[in-house]
Design a protein around this ligand. Structure first.
Ligand code: NAP
Length: 378
């Protein structure tokens, strides 16, 4: 069995969803059926059968969660996807999600030197996240922005969360839409009383309007604040603020998001390389990120039975809007810390986030992913 990595139809049906099983033969027909079924991906898994025997039967089977075959392909005078759509509506209800956008043409493959930014081509997503919804906190700029754009390129409907810069969030949404993706902006300050309910109130209203459901498949806890105060000078209020935004808010966002998250969901927490390299001026920040990393370990065990994965991604020094990145000498010095002799680009980290959000990363959970570009390897 291909795509979702399971070996039997029984295993693929186990989460209680339907299954569209595609035969390996006719690739064009397979793509038509896959596109027709994409709006039901929250209720119907799509997998390709493997083996010569699979090519002998119908081009596709739609299997109900109880194992009964609800529909099979192969009637020559049937319009592509038409019968399948009717069967999907009959057994799984109306399409909650709009069909995926057509894949934008990719540029001819280029060999990319390791010293160049990892991603220069926009609009080249592969729709691996078609039919999914995602929330990226703090995605008005920096790595959150890049992650929101990247998830949208893969076909997800993305909530672009911000707190102070609505114009920047609107620009991210416009950028996504320009490339044929879907996104909307929501505002909520994190680290203050009522933060999570405020965010989810806005999120659920928008999801319902756009998809007919409040399902949230992917949560990226990216918003964070640094300290820049040494251990001798940091005040209790500063310490509390850093922990409130970087550790407490993600915990309660996860707790709340699990009400909306279908089985097979994805949670990705953006930590920092500073949990591995010392910097006394960021001691409280590093402590808060250490606490954040614990979420992945312990939640992973609790969420395994639901097929939900949770992982930490730790960036190193990564270009954001900070003016320090406009000073060539400073950039050169920061670059020298990486094995690749450059600072990270937001897209370097966004690609890791996008991978962890896909089905390909289904076997990775409770894990710490170093995305520091080989910082301080010795
Ligand atoms: P950034 O440019 O500093 O942007 C931070 C984002 O978080 C913005 O969208 C901001 O919203 C939002 N945000 C900040 N405080 C918030 C609050 N209290 N409530 C709600 N939203 C808030 O981000 P970045 O440098 O790309 O960093 C992203 C993540 O990576 C952070 O968790 C950071 O700790 C971590 N990290 C960064 C680096 C680095 O070198 N850049 C290295 C390691 C780890 P507004 O713009 O609307 O205010």
């Amino acid at each position: 069995m291909g795509e979702e990595g399971a070996t039997t139809v029984f295993e693929l049906l186990r989460p209680g969803r339907g299954l569209l099983l595609l035969a390996p033969g006719d690739e064009a027909r397979r793509e038509e059926l896959r596109a027709a079924a994409a709006p039901w991906r929250d209720r119907v898994r799509i997998a390709t059968a493997a083996g010569a025997d699979a090519e002998a039967g119908p081009a596709a089977l739609l299997v109900r969660p109880d194992g009964h075959v609800a529909w099979s392909d192969g009637t020559p005078d049937t319009a592509p996807g038409e019968d399948l759509t009717a069967a999907l509506e009959r057994w799984f209800g109306p399409a909650a999600l709009r069909p995926p956008r057509p894949a934008a043409p990719r540029e001819a493959a280029k060999v990319t030197p390791v010293t160049a930014p990892a991603r220069e081509v926009r609009g080249g997503g592969t729709d691996r996240l078609a039919g999914r919804t995602a929330l990226v906190t703090g995605s008005s700029r920096g790595m959150g922005r890049a992650a929101a754009i990247r998830l949208a390129e893969e076909g997800a409907l993305v909530a672009v969360h911000y707190t102070s810069d609505g114009a920047a969030a609107d620009e991210v949404v416009a950028s996504v839409e320009k490339d044929g993706g879907r996104a909307f902006a929501i505002r909520a300050e994190l680290g203050v009383p009522g933060d999570v309910e405020s965010l989810f109130g806005a999120l659920e209203a928008d999801l319902l309007e756009r998809t007919g459901s409040t399902d949230l498949h992917i949560l990226v806890n990216n918003a964070g604040v640094m300290g820049g105060v040494g251990p001798a000078d940091i005040t209790p209020d500063q310490f509390d603020r850093i922990f409130a935004v970087n550790a407490k808010a993600p915990f309660f966002l996860i707790q709340r998001a699990l009400r909306n998250m279908p089985d097979g969901g994805r949670i990705i927490n953006i930590s920092s390389g500073l949990t591995r390299f010392a910097n006394p001026d960021e001691i409280a920040y590093a402590m808060s990120k250490g606490a954040l990393e614990q979420l992945a370990l312990h939640f992973a065990k609790a969420l395994g039975p639901r097929g939900i994965t949770i992982n930490s991604v730790a960036p190193g020094i990564t270009r954001n809007g900070n003016p320090v990145f406009d000073i060539p000498e400073a950039v050169e010095q920061m670059a020298s810390l990486s094995a690749f002799n450059r600072v990270g680009e937001p897209e370097d980290v966004a690609d890791v986030v996008a991978f962890l959000a896909t089905d390909e990363a289904r076997w990775i959970t409770g894990s710490f992913v170093d995305a520091t570009g080989g910082t301080l390897l010795g």
